[in-house]
Design a protein around this ligand. Structure first.
Ligand code: NOJ
Length: 591
């Protein structure tokens, strides 16, 4: 060995030692920082990192056998959620409603629809949930009422210009005989956003605005009477001990003055801060309403919360809904909409975290809900294939095995991210979308208003299974089910998965337990680079540390070597010969 080689070797070893020392120092500093952060956040309110489980009451559990889930059914199954390890439940609407939009068309905000039970059943649910340590969030639908609501019926019976009409957005039509709608807005469910009403004596009269179905007339939030009414509704449910409200269409309450025509996109997705806002979405005026609600809710004991259902881009605009004097959570739809693409996942996660950090708020994560294709099916398509709203038997079908593998990996990735998370009923069982529902079974107004062009959301709303060998897989005692359940439900029922180590149910339980024990939701995320090779460039890996866990998600096509001496805490799928297979996420111990 010549001198040059020896000194090069020493140099290299000394560099490596220095590198290792620097790395150790950086690690220690990072841990100290993180500990400080965690100590501070340990005093953070419960909702900072809560995991909330969405119950869609009509499809969760049916106690009386009419094929529609109800509140007593939900109460009976709350222990399943406690065992799962969530912190809160969010109940989609159970109020009196003609159910033209599955309860998002409320006819009486202060009572329970008889299909779902009674107010006493609601009280029993809250008390049982609280007894099990679960908070209860209810849905509030303030953008529109049902057309059956007493206010709308009074508006129809009253003359144009009356105070009864002034609670909604009634306008004269355009054209010489007023037969053209007042503007060119479209309903989010398809078709025009205006419907004309008959007028006493004249046959045809004014038009009313409905951003959704014609059975969901929009309220006029510039009318003080509307504000007073909703404050009273908030108090009604706060007095019944709810822990918060999920606010439906939070970005839609206020419309631009004059309701001008609009020729841009009918949503805010993909908009930049400098782009003009559609006149029906994300108007600045909504924030004043939420500031008032913040005060009202804060007047009650127990850290109760407001959650924005606001489909708003870019993340900095969305973050405005969770400024310290407004709401506590806003659903991260940018994350939900992100394809299974490592670069985009990293980008969405970092930009939403940065935007929410900038206002001192927490970030939420969500992959499924009652409006979108379940992620176990959505991820069963190639990343560049964007299925529309719903999947019908005629449409391309997802790869079920691939979808489930990716869904498990996506969930494990999501549950390690800092902040709060939302789960949708049945995802803990790995339920796929029902993609072959017969047309005759469909009930979503989207299906009807688009003349079958968009399949709609019924496929994610199918009643969930509880027991593999009972009628309706245990959903109802009679076997009735308001939507038909696919046969694969049998193999996914909790009684089949319970105690089976590699089942999806046990994966969720283990992940939620570890997430809580290691306080991942309160951790500080540090993105890492994965040492790439030509077979597996690091671009295909999403990897980061958080609290005492090192997360690696392999989104590439090949396997990745596990880091040497890795201690695997949890893995979304089987690990083969010290490697992480494609579409698999692992949590490694770094404590
Ligand atoms: C959002 C709800 O999640 C959806 O189900 C409903 O159809 C619309 N808002 C209208 O209320």
């Amino acid at each position: 060995m010549d001198e040059a080689t020896t000194s090069e070797g020493e140099q290299r070893r000394s560099n490596e030692r220095r590198g290792a020392d620097e790395q150790r120092g950086a690690d220690e500093r990072h841990r100290a920082d993180e500990q400080r952060g965690a100590d501070e956040r340990h005093r953070a309110p419960w909702w900072w990192d809560a995991v909330t489980y969405q119950i869609y009451p009509r499809s969760f559990a049916d106690s009386d056998g009419d094929g529609i889930g109800d509140l007593p059914g939900a109460t009976e199954h709350l222990p399943h959620l406690q065992e799962l390890g969530v912190d809160a439940v969010w109940l989609s609407p159970f109020y009196v409603s003609p159910q033209h939009d599955a309860g998002y068309d409320v006819a009486d905000y202060r009572d329970v629809d008889p299909r779902f039970g009674t107010l006493a059943d609601f009280d029993a649910l809250v008390s049982r949930a609280h007894g099990l340590g679960l908070r209860v969030i209810v849905d509030l639908v303030p953008n529109h009422t049902s057309s059956d609501h007493a206010w709308f019926q009074a508006a129809l019976a009253s003359a144009p210009g009356s105070p009864e009409r002034a609670r909604y957005l009634f306008r004269d039509g355009r054209g010489p005989d007023g037969s053209e709608p007042p503007n060119n807005w479209r309903s989010s469910f398809g078709g025009p956003a205006w419907t004309r009403v008959p007028e006493a004596g004249s046959g045809s009269g004014q038009w009313y605005l409905h951003l959704y179905d014609s059975s969901q007339p929009d309220l006029d939030w510039t009318n003080p009477e509307v504000r007073v009414e909703f404050e009273s509704i908030l108090r009604f449910w706060l007095d019944r001990d709810v822990d918060g409200f999920r606010v439906d269409v939070a970005h839609g309450l206020v419309k631009a003055p004059g309701l001008p025509d609009w020729h841009g996109p009918d949503h805010t997705l993909g908009l930049r801060p400098e782009d003009p806002r559609p006149p029906m979405w994300d108007q600045d005026g909504v924030h004043e309403i939420f500031r008032q609600w913040h005060e009202l809710v804060a007047g009650y004991p127990g850290d109760r919360i407001l959650v924005a259902e606001s489909w708003v881009d870019p993340p900095a605009r969305q973050a405005r809904y969770i400024r310290p004097d407004e709401m506590q959570h806003a659903f991260n739809f940018a994350y939900l909409s992100c394809p299974w693409d490592p670069e985009r996942i990293r980008r969405v996660a970092s930009t939403t975290l940065a935007a929410n950090d900038a206002v001192g708020g927490t970030t939420t994560w969500v992959l499924s809900n009652h409006d979108v294709i379940r992620h176990a099916s959505r991820l069963g398509f190639p990343p560049d294939h964007a299925p529309g709203q719903g999947i019908g038997p005629q449409d391309p079908q997802p790869d079920a095995l691939l979808g489930l593998r990716r869904a498990r990996a996506a969930t494990l990735l999501m549950l390690a991210l800092p902040g709060a998370a939302y789960l949708y009923q049945g995802e803990e069982l790995g339920l796929p979308e029902h993609t072959t529902l017969p047309d005759a079974a469909r009930q979503d107004p989207v299906w009807f208003r688009t003349y079958g062009h968009r399949a709609g959301r019924d496929g994610c709303r199918v009643p969930i299974p509880w027991h593999s060998d009972r009628p309706a897989y245990g959903f109802s005692p009679t076997g009735a089910s308001w939507l038909p359940q696919p046969e694969v439900w049998a193999a996914l029922a909790p009684d089949v998965q319970q105690g089976v180590p590699d089942s999806t149910l046990e994966l969720y339980r283990a992940a939620l337990r570890l997430r809580r024990d290691r306080r991942l939701g309160q951790g500080r995320l540090t993105w890492l680079d994965f040492g790439g090779s030509s077979d597996m460039p690091h671009e295909n890996v999403v990897t980061f540390t958080i609290a005492s866990v090192h997360v690696i998600a392999n989104l590439g096509k090949g396997s990745l070597p596990l880091p040497s001496s890795a201690h695997v805490l949890l893995s979304s799928g089987p690990l083969a010969d010290g490697t992480i297979p494609a579409d698999t996420t692992v949590w490694l111990d770094r404590s």
